[in-house]
Write a protein that binds this ligand. Structure first.
Ligand code: SF4
Length: 465
């Protein structure tokens, strides 16, 4: 037996590791973190919160913008400062691109590319072999920040992400992802359904289908046709398969491209009863000139038409979106057009991003970069509009009976509430009565009366069975 391997297997039998994770970036990364955690747990190791004592810290990094790169490095450096003896692992997209560029960083012990995430346990174990990790931390800002990130994760045993697709070939002019994640890859329907069934067995009731470009699901096993030509048929087949799994009560779709929304596609979607009427349709800009420079292949007119289709088949669907402000050459008038457009589209929620340059993209080389202060101003204006639209959308539910998947009990202004989400992803809280803890991870009918706190509606069970 090879000496190194022998040492490693001996060591592996001896050591039970404490491993901590921090995830940056997209839902695909969150899904992959969950998968890596499971690999450690199945190998008998313990996953701990990022702020706790650990032998290895794994930062699942992001490289979507220069800022994401900086944040990834910042977290890696902080992990190193927290415990100089632990193994610090840079996994994922930033790790991939930094490794390719040969960037050295003494905080990082180990780079794990997206493709190597399946072998993370062996890689970490090999790096730790022969080292003794000593925890030296106390509660710090870092720990608090990490705990907040942990809280943003989907609730265990209630909702889970299911990654069904990777890679992208859309080449939006601001995005580095097609260069980092590589070409399209979709999971076979059967393989994805097996994982979904496993999730159901663990008690998960809600699945969020996710991918880097979910609308391209199946392009690689459907003769390479463009996703627009395919009309979402592979995705529909996958949805129907997962919908048939006992225990899965709800399915949500991750981000979709507007061009997948056609009458035929939506008609089929509407026939899948477990599908939640919540659609995240990336907009990015409400100005046609800006959309062209972004290399997005739709116009604002197209986009509105597609919203009309969704609203024709689903009652009050939650339509959410992303908008980038301060893209190169975006004028004050272009930005006004975006503000007017988002009001017309009546989004339920808008994620606003200030354009952030990314080396190696077309947009980085464009003239007419917008000043940071102006980006910040535009972001504030749009966030104000987004908050009003969100309030307006939520008001629709006052006086209605809603089905809520309860997740947890939270304390608000000294009182405890059982909280969860309805099918349209509106968060609803019900004052806790004795025994209500048993309702966690069950779906209950709630009469919604009004707003309880920012981002939370108030409901009660009294008039519901
Ligand atoms: S669709 Fe555009 S923004 Fe999304 S991953 Fe692909 S290139 Fe990037």
């Amino acid at each position: 037996m090879h000496e190194g391997w022998k040492m490693f297997t001996e060591w592996k039998g001896r050591m039970k590791l404490r491993v901590a994770f921090l995830t940056l970036g997209c839902k695909v990364n969150f899904y992959e973190t969950e998968k890596m955690k499971r690999q450690f747990e199945e190998a008998g190791h313990t996953v701990v919160a990022f702020g706790e004592s650990a032998d290895a810290y794994i930062i699942n990094t992001c490289t979507v913008t220069n800022i994401a790169d900086r944040k990834s490095r910042k977290m890696l450096h902080r992990a190193r400062r927290q415990n100089p003896e632990a193994v610090v692992v840079a996994a994922g997209c930033y790790a991939d691109s930094a490794k390719k560029k040969g960037e050295a960083d003494e905080s990082i012990d180990l780079f794990v590319s997206n493709e190597e995430k399946n072998a993370i346990v062996e890689k970490v174990a090999a790096a730790l072999s022969g080292r003794g990790a000593v925890w030296q931390g106390g509660l710090s800002d870092f720990e608090r920040e990490c705990r907040m990130t942990e809280e943003a994760m989907p609730q265990k045993h209630t909702r889970a992400y299911l990654k069904v697709q990777d890679g992208c070939n859309q080449y939006c002019s601001y995005c580095i992802i097609p260069y980092v994640r590589g070409p399209l890859k979709s999971r076979g329907i059967e393989d994805a359904a097996v994982e979904a069934a496993g999730m159901a067995q663990q008690g998960i009731h809600e699945i969020v289908l996710t991918g880097i470009h979910l609308s391209s699901y199946g392009v690689d096993f459907s003769g390479g046709k463009h996703f627009v030509e395919l009309g979402g048929r592979p995705l529909l087949s996958l949805l129907k398969e997962i919908s048939g799994i006992r225990g899965i009560e709800r399915i949500r779709l991750g981000s979709l491209e507007p061009r997948i929304i056609t009458e035929e596609f939506v008609k089929e979607l509407a026939g899948i009863p477990k599908l939640c009427p919540q659609f995240h349709l990336s907009l990015q800009s409400g100005c046609d000139g800006t959309l062209r420079r972004m290399n997005r292949h739709y116009t604002t007119g197209d986009y509105l038409k597609r919203l009309g289709i969704l609203r024709g088949y689903f009652e009050n669907p939650a339509i959410t979106t992303d908008v980038i402000v301060g893209f190169p050459q975006e004028t004050a008038e272009d930005f006004e057009a975006t503000c007017a457009f988002v009001k017309k589209a009546a989004f339920a929620r808008i994620h606003v991003f200030k354009y952030s340059r990314r080396h190696g993209t077309m947009a980085d080389a464009m003239e007419g970069q917008v000043a940071e202060e102006e980006k910040a101003r535009r972001s504030d204006v749009l966030l104000g509009t987004a908050a009003k639209l969100e309030e307006e959308y939520k008001r629709i539910f006052a006086g209605k009976r809603e089905k809520v998947l309860f997740e947890e009990i939270v304390r608000i202004q000294g009182k405890e509430y059982l909280t969860g989400y309805n099918e349209r992803y509106v968060r609803i809280g019900v004052p806790v009565k004795e025994g209500d803890i048993r309702r966690c991870n069950t779906i209950g009918s709630v009469q919604v009366s009004g707003c309880l706190a920012e981002g939370l509606m108030l409901g009660d069970f009294s008039s519901c069975p």
